[in-house]
Design a protein around this ligand. Structure first.
Ligand code: FE2
Length: 274
């Protein structure tokens, strides 16, 4: 059986999924704002799927674009990945800006080349303070150094006089970082890496998620103490161009001020599965 017969038809075109996200302490300037979450494209060549993703993205016009890594799959995919990502970013045109972290598949060569893509603030263990919106974006890489990232955030927040007042949003990759986020006061983490399991056989959990988190936590909204993590199923595949009962995902978060989803829990827990 070929991979093509295993894989159900992809959505035509990929539809941005509006997800209302309630966050306490959200700055007033962020109320009602939209955040488009792109993750795990795993670009190997300029295939028709990416043309559809670019076409869809050109019609969304979010306030923010947040990208959480694995733009490419393997060494020597850098040039194709750079071309697709360049076209994608050119099509996105977010009203405020695009911010990005890196994943475990992104090579050092790609990271150097990515700086040529105009319109993206790449955050590799760095932070960006948006004082007008009352937020700080923090971005990680692999291996992840969240402490260094938070030190950078604190120094920047001190410099602009918003230390302790800025709402911290992490662009991460591996979901297990949410536990550390909860300890260190990062309120919301956008995450990827798992692809939602990529192959699910119709059951409400994944059989594999390339991570050390439980399989039932493979995608959705996770809660840990007073922090929340949103794991996208991503837009691409790794190892095989196959998805089964686990469609690609392009979340568009609509932010509102309110209680965190789910009940308080000291352990990481999935409060909404997707
Ligand atoms: Fe990935």
């Amino acid at each position: 059986m070929t991979p093509a017969t295993l894989s159900p038809p992809r959505p035509e075109p990929p539809v941005a999924e509006r997800i209302e996200l309630s966050l306490p302490g959200l700055p007033a300037a962020m109320e009602g704002r939209t955040v488009l979450h792109l993750s795990d494209l795993h670009i190997r060549r300029y295939r028709p799927w990416f043309r559809k993703v670019i076409s869809m993205c050109s019609r969304i016009s979010p306030d923010f674009v947040c990208m959480t890594g694995d733009y490419m799959s393997w060494p020597r995919d850098e040039a194709a990945s750079l071309k697709v990502m360049g076209d994608l970013v050119a099509a996105l045109r977010p009203r405020v800006g695009a911010y990005a972290s890196f994943g475990n598949h992104d090579t050092e060569a790609f990271k150097r080349m990515a700086s040529k893509i105009e319109g993206v603030v790449w955050l590799e263990h760095r932070a960006a303070v948006l004082a007008d919106f009352g937020i700080t974006f923090l971005g990680t890489s692999t291996p992840c150094d969240l402490i260094q990232t938070i030190v950078d955030a604190r120094e920047l927040e001190q410099r602009v006089g918003v230390e302790g007042k800025s709402y911290r949003i992490l662009l991460g990759h591996e979901p297990s970082i949410l536990i550390t986020c909860a300890e260190l006061g990062v309120q919301w983490a956008l995450l990827g890496h798992t692809h939602g399991g990529q192959v699910r056989f119709g059951l409400p959990f994944a059989f594999h998620n390339s991570s050390n988190i439980p399989l039932e936590h493979s995608s959705g909204i996770l809660r840990c103490r007073d922090s929340v993590g949103t794991i996208s199923r991503g837009l691409g595949e790794s190892y095989f161009d196959v998805r089964l009962f686990c469609p690609p995902q392009l979340p568009l978060y609509v932010l509102k001020r309110g209680p965190l989803p789910g009940a308080f829990t000291r352990r990481m827990k999935c409060v909404k599965w997707w």
